[in-house]
Design a protein around this ligand. Structure first.
Ligand code: PMP
Length: 366
């Protein structure tokens, strides 16, 4: 039996599960993880907080994750200067689960979502997985959103959910505030549309967060994650900020007790170390800028990046270049963007290994 022999839903037929290869290679720069392990004092604090949680594991966790949402709201307020309250924040197991809950609530059969490709593939997959139709608008040659084409797509597709990924994965492109405002207004002029601004990488951006746009826009949602800037991809903690009514609405689809007591305790410990963790972000931003400059100095076409990764090209055969870099012990990502590959900013030593691998590969290949 294969998947397609089973009576799976039509929209899942012929699809592949999302996920980059998990290969055993010395330098892993393919999934936009933070290369710095959590500092030992934080590891100790997690152990303490989890031990305390373990004493109550016979009970279900706080279903509303009150203390954690309070902490996340304080982080958002402190880092953006825009006041956010616990009632505006919701958390789940990774921002992927947050997105899924939003699509379950505001998408679904008979409804559609619109995004601007190339973009984060899970926007498409989560839409389809929740029975939501998916359509996509184009980008300009420099991977910024083509506003005229976007407005035309909104008028034509009449989406119920609109995805704006800023900074965008896999291109690294930040979306200007004015573009988001124009998209929001245009979408609302057609019908009430949930506009999701996916800010998974915002802490690495040269641009400020779009969070203040929440003011007066009840159908705007900003999603965030602790997987990147907080260096805690293994924790699985994502969150959103929106009008409190949106938070109330996702309660209709969230599974009861979806966020374990262990997860909540660990995330709270990580929040106590916000300043230390954001210090690593500064290092990664500098390394990201160095990667951009060095790849450009090699004569490559490098997309401006506001994230912890860099899109570079162009190659006549991305598969051949990807393999040439891999043969030198460095794993990067082929996202299917024609002619281009993506590398995550790692430690200075990892980035040196990557840059050397590219330099050598460019000499080897015709
Ligand atoms: N949004 C974007 C744009 C991403 O690139 C990712 C992770 N690759 C996510 C959301 C999901 O991250 P997580 O579920 O780990 O929070």
């Amino acid at each position: 039996m294969r998947i397609d022999d089973l009576p799976v839903r039509d929209e899942l037929k012929g699809k592949s599960p999302y996920g980059a290869p998990q290969l055993d290679v010395p330098v892993l720069l393919n999934t936009n993880e933070n290369p710095y392990p959590l500092p030992e004092p934080l590891v100790a604090r997690i152990a303490e907080r989890v031990a305390e949680a373990a004493r109550h594991l016979n009970r279900y966790p706080d279903r509303d994750a009150v203390e954690l949402r309070e902490g996340l709201a304080a982080y958002l307020t402190g880092s953006t200067g825009f006041p956010v309250t616990r009632a505006q924040v919701w958390a789940a197991n990774g921002s992927n689960e947050v997105l899924q809950q939003l699509l379950q609530t505001f998408g679904g059969p008979g409804r559609t979502a619109l995004g601007f490709a190339p973009t984060y593939q899970m926007h498409d997959l989560i839409s389809r997985g929740t029975g939501t139709g998916w359509s996509q608008g184009p980008r300009n040659d420099d991977f910024t959103i083509d506003l005229d084409a976007a407005l035309a797509a909104i008028a034509e597709q009449r989406p119920d959910v609109l995805f704006v990924c800023s900074p965008n994965n896999p291109t690294g492109t930040a979306v200007p505030r004015a573009t988001v405002l124009a998209l929001y207004e245009a979408a609302q002029a057609v019908k009430p549309t949930l506009v999701i601004v996916d800010e998974a990488y915002i802490e690495f951006s040269h641009q400020p967060s779009l969070l203040p746009l929440l003011e007066g826009r009840p159908l705007l949602v900003v999603t965030r994650t602790m997987s990147k800037a907080f260096g805690a991809a293994g924790l699985r903690l994502g969150y959103l900020a929106a009008d409190p009514a949106v938070v109330d609405a996702v309660q209709l689809v969230r599974l009861p007790y979806h966020l374990s007591a262990v997860t909540q305790a660990t995330a709270l410990a990580a929040l106590e170390f916000t300043d230390t963790l954001l210090g690593y972000v500064e290092r990664l931003k500098a390394e990201r800028d160095r990667i951009v400059a060095e790849l450009r100095a090699m004569g490559l076409d490098v997309t401006d990046s506001d994230a912890n990764f860099v899109q570079f090209g162009t190659f006549p055969d991305t598969r051949v270049m990807w393999q040439a870099i891999l043969d030198k012990g460095v794993l990067v990502r082929d996202n299917g963007v024609p002619g281009r590959l993506r590398v995550t900013a790692g430690t200075p030593a990892e980035n040196d290994a990557f840059l050397d691998a590219v330099r050598t590969s460019l000499k080897e290949l015709p």
